[in-house]
Design a protein around this ligand. Structure first.
Ligand code: PEP
Ligand code: MG
Length: 573
């Protein structure tokens, strides 16, 4: 028996026989014999088209199953399959005498390497997509069959192509354990959306799972047990039963407004990346959108979306939520860990401390103006009051810049004679310590604050949020972060503006109750987290939360705060 500890990527417990996925790289896909070089080119182009068509079929199935977010991943892969950066390069390599399968894999590898080297973990994770697509094209050329598990299994691999995950028939995929990967890789995103427990970055996984092993995974704490003893299996089954009961009880509260036992209301909103996420958010009981991460509209493209395209996307989101549920549109948070290749700024040695988000308003004014015009237009068309905010606000001048761009964009829309609302509810994300320190002054200039706890933690503790070796420092429950949040709330209260929190801490039940205890008015998180947050809040009183917050502020480390919060949660269950 071996007990391993990886990174939690999708919650839930699963036990079953291991099915090892072994990728067929350059050596695994049969070499195709070809005649002339012209024939090689034809084969490559036909195989690329065939792979793109397969991916479109899979994407259509996901759309039909009401999983548009997942479908998008495969649609993007379909585009990669026919991307000239891969196909034309492969054709050139084949013309130079390389075997067609190898040419495709080599061309894709070059593209993948470029992505893998980017600082941005999201884009770097796309390297896996490119390799996945290349193997699919190579398979289409060689006629090799895709191997899939034949009984319900825990899939164990170094990495798993997202399209393969989508192809494993429902019921045969019990869980996923990967020796590499990150929670932001597409395969992890898909696992979460399928409700499949997953653990990634598990050290020694492949050496430990040999032959006919049984594997148990706990996607909540990152535990992977290989050939667990009967007593461990029983303990897992007990844990699974308890969590299942909690999840069912929490889901039963859906539709009820979140409030503490003594009636303190807390608005629960959803974080979205695209209007396609609206249905899930509404089904989960979201009272609006607290964070629309619009930079995702700029990813997987060769140029920025036009004003008309953006208007259509924002309008779709606004119409899905209607006039009484706000959709807070965050201006593209480009830079830092989300560099967009066609908008890359000068090579920055420290992108997280570089030209990011609202700072683009100086050199890339038109980018933010276009977004703001699209937001005004969308709101005019949808008949709602728009809500917008900027990330990375550090100074009063940043907010002045935001408000100036907002007003300039409105004047431009009004000048075209289009319908345009009177005002835009305008907010500042508080995720930089200087903004927290200046909160009393900033609060007089905006309509609301939204605390980005992910970046606030990174900047307060000076720990790169993408660096796994600093994982221990990246805990937003650290009292230094909580004391900063308390100062932000005091500044907002003095000016009478509401405070929301939209980082990962808000979606963690322990974090949610600490934040509300500190005085946060609204919480915004992934749709899948809303049940747990609601249940946590409905089991506690305002007095308990205030006492918890006071103890948390007096603590000296994050572990102690978590223990306090878990005590309160345990008492409320
Ligand atoms: C945050 O920093 O907490 C936040 C919500 O923004 P993002 O994670 O997109 O940087
Ligand atoms: Mg942030």
């Amino acid at each position: 028996m071996a007990r391993l500890l990886g990174t939690p990527a999708a919650p839930g417990i699963a036990v079953g026989p291991a099915w090892r996925y072994r990728p067929r790289g350059a050596s695994g896909v049969p070499v195709v014999a070809v005649g002339s070089r012209g024939e090689a080119e034809l084969r490559i182009r036909r195989a690329a088209d065939a792979a793109a068509a397969q991916l479109q079929v899979l994407a259509a199935q996901l759309r039909a199953a009401d999983r548009p977010g997942d479908a998008e991943i495969l649609e993007a892969q379909a585009l990669m399959a026919i991307d000239p950066a891969i196909v034309d390069v492969a054709v050139r390599l084949a013309r130079g005498g390389m075997a067609p399968v190898e040419a495709v894999l080599a061309a894709a590898e070059t593209s993948a390497q470029v992505l893998a080297e980017l600082d941005d973990p999201l884009l770097a994770a796309r390297a896996g997509d490119v390799r996945d697509v290349a193997v699919r094209v190579a398979r289409a050329m060689s006629g090799a069959q895709l191997e899939l598990p034949d009984k319900p299994s825990i899939v164990v691999a170094e990495d798993l192509p997202p399209s393969l995950l989508a192809e494993i028939p429902a019921g045969l995929l019990l869980g996923l354990a990967l020796s590499s990967g990150t929670p932001t890789a597409h395969v992890a995103i898909l696992a979460r959306s399928l409700g499949i427990p997953a653990v990634v970055a598990v050290p020694d996984l492949l050496d430990s799972v040999r032959g006919a092993a049984v594997v148990a995974i706990d996607g909540e704490n990152g535990h992977v047990e290989v050939n667990p003893a009967p007593a461990d299996l029983q303990a897992l089954a007990d844990r699974q039963a308890v969590r299942g009961a909690h999840a069912r009880a929490a889901a039963a509260l859906r539709g009820r407004p979140a409030a503490t036992l003594d009636g303190q209301r807390v608005a629960l909103l959803a974080n979205i990346r695209s209007p396609d996420d609206a249905t899930r958010a509404l089904d989960a009981g979201a009272e609006g959108v607290g964070l629309f991460r619009t930079e995702y509209l700029f990813l997987r493209r060769h140029s920025a979306p036009s004003e008309a395209e953006q208007t259509a996307e924002y309008r779709r989101a606004m119409e899905a939520f209607g006039p009484s549920r706000p959709v807070v549109i965050r201006l593209a948070d480009i830079g830092g860990d989300k560099s967009i290749p066609y908008l890359v700024h000068a090579d920055e040695p420290n992108p997280f401390l570089g030209v990011r988000a609202i700072r683009l308003g100086h050199d890339s004014r038109e980018l933010l103006l276009t977004q703001l015009r699209a937001i005004w237009r969308a709101a005019g068309q949808a008949g709602v009051t728009p809500h917008a905010m900027a990330a990375m606000v550090a100074t009063i001048a940043d907010v002045e810049l935001l408000c100036g761009l907002r007003d300039e964009a409105r004047a431009a829309v009004v000048a075209t004679g289009s319908a345009c609302p009177e005002r835009m509810i305008t907010g500042a994300m508080i995720e930089v310590p200087s903004a927290a320190i200046m909160a009393p002054e900033l609060a007089r200039l905006v309509d609301f604050f939204s605390i980005g706890t992910n970046d606030l933690t990174q900047y307060v503790l000076a720990a790169d949020r993408g660096n796994p070796s600093l994982a221990g420092l990246q805990d937003a429950l650290h009292p230094a972060v909580l004391r900063t949040i308390a100062a932000v709330i005091a500044g907002a209260d003095a000016a009478g503006i509401p405070v929301a929190a939209c980082g990962e801490l808000a979606g963690d039940p322990a974090g949610a109750i600490v934040l509300v205890g500190l005085g946060v008015d609204e919480l915004s998180a992934e749709a899948g987290s809303l049940d747990g947050m609601r249940a946590a809040l409905m089991g506690v009183s305002g007095a308990q939360l205030r006492e918890l917050a006071a103890r948390a502020l007096a603590a000296t480390d994050a572990e102690t705060v978590r223990a306090y919060a878990n005590e309160v949660l345990g008492a409320g269950l």
